[in-house]
Design a protein around this ligand. Structure first.
Ligand code: F6R
Length: 223
């Protein structure tokens, strides 16, 4: 699988924003899957600057913590702050995983297919919150976060004890049904896992390795 190495984070952000922009312009009724975390912040900043027309776009977030959705670190707050409140997307068009998770899956199905899915990668190879060992057939469900993920994400909270331990995540099977997938990774600490995922064995121990089985994946990395 080809990994595009970019000069810096600015270039990574503008390259992925170009892909989202092209998608929305070509198909105003696009259905997108969107990530949270540190990596997409530059992309969202870039997309806001471009003042695109989001009025027909439908979005699904990859995952949410099981926590108060009004907490500043909830993924709902993150999306409102970094993207949704700064575009003309309709609040009714932006969806987050919810329970019952089968109803969330029905909502995705009802949208007639995801056009573009943007992913980050965790330091343990997770995509969305599909931690190592997740079934390649998994669908949206409640999961326990791994110790590694809790530790990695503690940087967003005052203390590690405040990091939620459970989340609702789209499954690997759900993600793989997207027509196009973009995976982005920022920072030398992601290089090793990216290499393992893209060039190593396709195994449930490395969730992102499933992307080797998809025929339209673009990977972007900068150190
Ligand atoms: C978040 C998500 C996660 C992150 C991953 C990398 O919605 O799906 O898989 O993409 O944990 O996070 P950052 O970008 O903070 O390194």
């Amino acid at each position: 699988m080809e990994v595009n190495v970019l000069k810096n984070y600015k270039e990574l952000s503008s390259t992925v924003a170009d892909i989202v922009e092209a998608q929305i312009k070509e198909q105003p009724l696009s259905k997108l899957i969107l990530p949270t975390g540190s990596t997409p912040l530059g992309i969202y900043e870039e997309l806001v600057k471009r003042e695109l027309d989001w009025s027909l776009v439908i979005t699904f977030n990859l995952d949410v913590y099981l926590m108060n959705i009004d907490h500043p670190e909830s993924y709902q707050s993150y999306m409102r702050k970094n993207l949704f409140n700064r575009t003309n997307i309709y609040p009714d068009h932006s969806h987050f995983p919810f329970r019952p998770t089968s109803a969330f899956e029905d909502k995705i199905d009802g949208s007639m297919g995801i056009d573009l899915c943007i992913l980050g990668i965790g330091s343990n190879g997770h995509i969305a919150f599909n931690e190592p060992g997740s079934s390649f057939k998994s669908r949206t469900r409640v999961v326990e976060l791994s110790e590694q993920t809790i530790e990695d994400n503690s940087r967003f909270f005052d203390s590690i004890d405040e990091v939620p331990t459970q989340a609702i995540t789209m499954g690997l099977g759900t993600i793989m049904e997207s027509k196009k997938i973009v995976l982005m990774a920022n920072g030398v600490n992601k290089l090793n896992i990216l290499n393992v995922a893209m060039n190593g064995e396709v195994t449930e121990d490395v969730p992102a390795s499933i992307l080797q089985n998809h025929d339209n994946v673009k990977v972007f990395y900068c150190d």
